[in-house]
Design a binder for this molecule. Sequence first.
Ligand SMILES: [Zn+2]
Length: 256
Amino acid sequence: MSFFFVIPEGNLLFVTPTESLALAAASLSATAAATLAYAALSPGSQLFGRTLIAGSDPNEAALTYDDGPNDAVTESLLDTLAAHNARATFFVIGRYARQRPELVRRIRAAGHLVGNHTETHPWLAWQSARTIHEELRACNQAIEDALGEPVRYFRPPHGARRPAVFRAAAELGLTTVQWNVMGMDWQPIGTDRILSHIDRGLTRARSRGTGANILLHDGSQHGLGADRTATVASTAALLVRFAADGTRTVTVDAWG
Ligand SMILES: [Zn+2]
């Protein structure tokens, strides 16, 4: 018996009662181990704490971009969004924001929302409470140094969390944000496959009567300079479609 999750920027994570993620002691039942893994890793789980995913209007979509800012890719994305008069949410990595404060300012000046994606992009579910707090605090500081305004939204790397993550977020005044649609664009799969993943997610979100919170990446946890050309092209294609079908783009604070 095993369970798996699709983890952003990772591979499928298989959880079995014997390997059980170090979360679960050997004495835990398979069901308990699966429940802990679900609570820590499933984007939709609310077991360890409340997360913001989407609002109740199926005609709203939030384009969200993680792991930037990333130089030319982010700039190209800003041009694409501006061409369609769309606003998006950027969950930036603090150590990149420190290196590229002017690009963070450009994102904000274009009307987009800038959120916290930690200082160094660790798996928070396995970190100490002190490290978790420091990762969130340092990223807030980097963004606030660039923008001169407080940060309100946070997305945990890989979506991984545990109760200490929610405590740290609450102490820093941050709302924790997940997603309900994934482009799987951290893999080099090309525009068509990114769009087909998003299409499936959009159909699922609409069938559930909710808005779409679409997870994409303008950068990479592994360093500045990652090629995200396919993400930008996918965004352009989506925005053409949204204009045709009446979907409105929103930033996640519209739901918070
Ligand atoms: Zn990330």
